[in-house]
Design a protein around this ligand. Structure first.
Ligand SMILES: [Zn+2]
Length: 130
């Protein structure tokens, strides 16, 4: 049996972890804090009022930052964070933030590309030692 964790397994585990956050008490607590009246919630960014069906519950510090997926020991505690790292956003604000984070990851990948080449070049003299 292979001990590698393939793409399908990873995608499945992530989707299940995401579902599990719906029952996470600190997420529920953040939603309760954003509730200003019966069925009315306020966006943490633009203060727009909205119904429960219209908001997204967001991780202020993204679960996957600009460096991309690191490991499960980083991913899981970020996913199941405390109340102060959750915020309720309207769809527009959430889309903007998500887009911004996506661009940040893209820029990070572009920035780190030459470093990969550099590290390969550094390895070459080492290989000569053996
Ligand atoms: Zn908003």
């Amino acid at each position: 049996m292979s001990d590698t964790f393939d793409k399908d397994q990873k995608a499945f585990v992530i989707s299940q972890l995401r579902k599990a956050t719906y029952k996470w008490k600190y997420r529920t607590e953040a939603i309760r804090k954003a509730r200003i009246d019966r069925g009315v919630y306020i966006c943490a960014t633009c203060s727009k009022l909205m119904m429960a069906k219209d908001f997204s519950v967001d991780h202020k510090t993204p679960v996957v930052d600009e460096k991309g997926f690191v490991d499960w020991n980083t991913y899981i505690p970020r996913m199941f964070c405390h109340t102060d790292n959750w915020q309720v956003l309207c769809k527009e604000c959430h889309d903007i933030k998500t887009q911004h984070e996506k661009e940040g990851r893209k820029m990070y990948r572009q920035k780190t590309k030459p470093k990969v080449k550099t590290s390969k070049k550094i390895k070459e003299p080492d290989e000569e030692l053996f």
